[in-house]
Design a protein around this ligand. Structure first.
Ligand SMILES: Nc1ncnc2c1ncn2[C@@H]1O[C@H](COP(=O)(O)OP(=O)(O)OP(=O)(O)O)[C@@H](O)[C@H]1O
Length: 849
């Protein structure tokens, strides 16, 4: 029999080692540092008790509790092992001098003693020989551990003195972070690490929800009485002494034998007051609390949760021996509600915990909500049919499932879920309680309040990227389906771009940016000309890879059942309510476009009226309506070109100028160069109208029937007020604003003719504005008054503008410049741009990437 085994048998009376004991003992004897992480009661002590008896040199064991040391010493002495301890409680003053002469097999000491005992003690003992330096309850060394002790941190000082002695760290609870801290803090050299399983198959894990108060105590006492009747014993851990006292009183009253003992009172307030030096510990406490909360609210296997918390990989999803595995729960698709909560959290920009977004969903008009203008969110009040606790329970489920990330400072952050809907969740706790009354009610409220909701969705989609899109396919109306399809198309086009980039040996972003791909996915151009018209699409891309993209767009749109040349902006429910989506079977035209055309063609409404049609959730731009109508014309629907040209103020001299510009540029696949050749008053809608006329084979003669004023006759249409519809104001769309901002300097603006054109006055901005508004352009105004342009913030306009500000711009600068958009939408936009890595924020300055 080997010495190790005979020591085990002779001193401890055991016939064999338990898992891991033998190898740890052998490593220690080989003088290798060891970290032993094994469950309570698994036999860790033996790992440091056996080596000293084998090598016959004193083993030093650092232990945090004097009472524990005293118990151990007593038990070892009974086995005939020479053991002692050194601490302030040791009254036998000969122990230290005996110890340094190597008279004990095992010497326990507190960390304080180990750090303060004179170095001569160690050098004397080293002469006799030290078999190991064990640190029991080693998690106390880590600020991330639940029992951090400052003195433990100082044990590393001894490493220099005991450099040839193997260090052994032992603990029953250590997450990976803590393990790392232990080996690091003890300066362990290539430690042998064993991590045993923490599974206790004989334990059933369960969580019960109680309301605080006497009924809670009564229920506990009743539960315990049942266990006692079955001959079982129970340990109750309480978080406060008051709880211990109350339970003690009640157990006494019913005659259950028990013994209250001061377990450490766990007071968060106390812990939070810890000094800053232990910031990590404060964080660790918070993290543990949150983990405990997640454990309680989790609907998945509790054993798996616990074991994984301590770093064990568990293959099975269910243990069959916890409440979540044994009690079957009702399930239903909660994706709508989950989406609303996430959308609301997103709208709060991750600044709050769960309470604020829940209050918003429930329509609270609390001061903090009004102050932050959250009452203006489309989501405000949309979830009022569920109780706050119901929403909270849902939030916690989403956290435990990883759809929401909770960070330590009690804030929430949405994450990118990577799964397909529906989101079927077990109805646990509050979720079940409020279930019966709210579902239908909720759907109704959500549907009626979903105007503008799509906009929120859209922003979210692009803030979170596509997996998020997949997640939210449940959205409240069919518009969502097309949004999702757009999102899928976006993903597919990204793939196409990647394939193309690989085949031509370049980086995907070098072909075009993600934003551009998004725009392509939204507009789905059917021709290269239309592709060229998309912001971010450069000439090179069109000429070299235009066909490739057009082919991909056609093929993928077909697969996803998306029509080509779709509109960029979202349609709201209300638009759809005006009439069914496509009543004209012969046209592929999408709902909003077809509606616009019907209003224009059949109901005779003006572009302006269509744009501001009261049935709409929000007005759309007149330019958008004009584009819809052009699309209708291109689709072959009956179209009054003369009326249209009059409406948009397209005159013959404009047409001549456009023709000349096209000749000069030599191509029509991109509008910007053409626009650059034209005077200010000839707008993008004019150019687009002209090009559509070309596509549709409309000649100038076709647009001057009897009864209409001739567009050939510039004078006849010179005064816009003579026309049945006012000419469109030059709209500040993303594309033309960008063109103006990025390409025109004030010098160029000065070159614009300043005389009256088409009954309008071209005004120069006052010189005083030059420095501040160098990128702004002249305004074509119908009045003599000088008015500053309202600049609307769009993704590209903001990015372009920031590109011109090397040193960045703060929010006020941005708000001041983009005075055509409100603060909320700008802040939202900036955060989306940050998410997309198009801009970044340093200090309080935003800069383009
Ligand atoms: N090889 C073995 N064979 C039989 N019993 C053993 C063996 N090793 C240890 N034990 C017994 O198991 C029990 C628990 O051992 P020990 O106290 O060392 O566990 P531990 O892991 O140190 O627990 P804790 O985390 O509470 O300190 C003790 O009664 C001990 O005598």
């Amino acid at each position: 029999m080997d010495t190790t085994l005979s020591v085990l048998k002779d001193y401890f009376g055991f016939m064999s080692f338990r898992p891991y004991q033998r190898e740890v003992i052998e490593k220690i004897i080989e003088k290798r540092d060891c970290l032993v992480v094994m469950a309570t009661g698994s036999g860790k002590s033996l790992c440091y008790q056996v080596p000293p008896l084998v090598v016959k040199k004193t083993g030093i064991v650092v232990s945090p509790l004097i009472s524990l040391m005293q118990d151990q010493v007593m038990a070892l002495k009974q086995r005939g092992i020479k053991a002692e301890y050194l601490s302030s409680a040791q009254k036998d003053y000969t122990v230290q001098s005996k110890a340094e002469r190597g008279q004990f097999d095992i010497l326990f000491m507190t960390p304080e003693k180990a750090c303060t005992i004179p170095t001569s003690f160690w050098s004397n003992l080293l002469k006799e020989g030290i078999s190991l330096f064990a640190v029991d309850e080693a998690h106390c060394i880590s600020e991330w551990g639940h029992d951090f002790r400052v003195e433990y941190k100082q044990l590393d000082k001894l490493r220099g003195v005991l450099f040839d002695v193997p260090y052994v760290g032992l603990t029953a609870t250590a997450t990976e972070k803590v393990r790392f801290d232990i080996t690091n803090s003890l300066k362990m050299n290539n430690p042998y690490v064993v991590v045993g399983s923490f599974d206790r198959p004989n334990l059933f894990y369960g969580v019960k929800q109680f309301n605080r108060g006497q009924s809670f105590i009564d229920e506990i006492v009743e539960e315990i009485s049942k266990e006692v009747a079955n001959g079982c014993s129970t340990i109750i851990y309480c978080t406060t002494i008051k709880d211990v006292e109350q339970i003690h009183k009640s157990l006494t009253e019913v005659g259950v034998k028990h013994a209250p003992s001061p377990s450490l009172p766990f007071s968060l307030c106390l812990l939070l007051k810890m000094v800053d030096a232990f910031e990590n510990q404060k964080k660790a406490v918070m993290e543990s609390l949150l983990a405990a909360q997640r454990y309680c609210l989790s609907a998945t296997c509790r054993r798996k949760f616990l074991l994984e918390h301590f770093g064990e990989k568990i293959a099975a999803d269910r243990c069959g021996n916890c409440d979540n595995c044994t009690v079957s729960k009702k399930e239903r698709d909660l994706s709508r509600e989950a989406f609303l909560l996430m959308a609301c959290i997103h709208s709060c920009k991750g600044r709050w915990g769960l309470n604020m977004p829940i209050d918003i969903l429930r329509g609270s008009r609390a001061k903090k909500i009004i102050d932050a203008q959250y009452d203006r969110l489309p989501l405000h009040g949309i979830g009022k049919t569920y109780q706050a606790n119901w929403w909270k329970a849902l939030g916690h489920q989403l956290i435990s499932l990883g759809y929401l990330k909770e960070i330590v400072n009690d804030m929430f952050r949405t994450v990118r879920p990577d799964y397909q809907p529906p989101l079927v969740l077990p109805l646990v706790g509050e979720l079940e309680e409020d279930e019966n009354r709210s579902t239908e009610e909720f759907k109704n409220v959500a549907a009626s309040e979903s105007q503008g909701f799509s906009e929120v969705v859209m922003k979210l989609c692009y803030a979170f990227s596509t997996p998020f899109l997949y997640f939210f396919t449940f959205i409240l109306n069919e518009a969502w389906e097309s949004i999702v399809a757009d999102g899928k198309l976006y993903q597919m086009l990204l793939e196409e771009r990647l394939k193309l980039a690989r085949s031509v040996g370049t980086a995907p972003y070098a072909l075009c940016g993600d934003q551009t791909i998004k725009r392509i996915a939204l507009t789905r151009p059917s021709t290269k000309a239309r592709l060229a018209n998309i912001d971010g699409v450069n000439q090179h891309l069109v000429t070299r890879y235009g066909d490739y993209f057009i082919h991909a767009i056609q093929k993928l749109s077909n697969e996803l059942n998306l029509s080509l040349d779709g509109e960029v902006s979202l349609q709201t429910n209300e638009v759809r309510k005006v009439s069914p989506i496509v009543t004209n079977k012969s046209t592929k035209l999408q709902g909003a476009k077809f509606e616009a055309w019907k209003m224009w063609h059949e109901e005779g409404l003006s572009i302006q009226k269509i744009a501001n049609f009261p049935g709409r959730a929000a007005p759309i731009q007149e330019q958008t309506v004009a584009q819809y109508l052009l699309d209708a014309a291109q689709e072959g629907l009956p179209f009054d070109w003369t009326r249209f040209c009059e409406a948009i103020g397209l005159k013959q001299d404009f047409i001549s100028a456009i023709q000349a510009a096209i000749v000069k540029v030599g191509a029509t696949d991109k509008l910007k160069p053409i626009k650059n050749e034209l005077p200010e008053e000839i707008t993008y809608p004019h150019i687009k109208a002209y090009l559509t006329m070309q596509t549709c084979g409309i000649s100038l003669e076709d647009i001057q029937p009897e009864g209409h004023q001739s567009v050939k006759d510039g004078e006849a249409v010179n005064n816009a007020s003579d026309l049945s519809e006012p000419p469109l104001e030059t709209p500040q769309t993303e594309s033309n604003l960008e063109a103006d901002i990025s390409t025109k300097s004030l010098m160029e603006i000065d070159a614009v003719p300043s005389g009256p054109v088409n009954g309008c006055q071209v005004q120069k901005l006052p010189l005083a504005c030059e420095g501040e508004f160098t990128s702004k352009r002249l305004k074509v105004s119908e009045t003599e008054e000088v008015s500053l342009i309202k600049f609307k913030a769009t993704e590209s306009s903001v990015v372009e503008w920031l590109k011109n500000h090397d040193e960045g711009a703060n929010l006020n600068d941005i708000l001041e410049h983009f005075n055509g958009s409100n603060e909320d939408s700008i802040v939202e936009l900036l955060s989306c741009l940050e998410c997309d890595f198009l801009i970044y924020k340093k200090g309080n300055m935003y800069r383009a990437m």
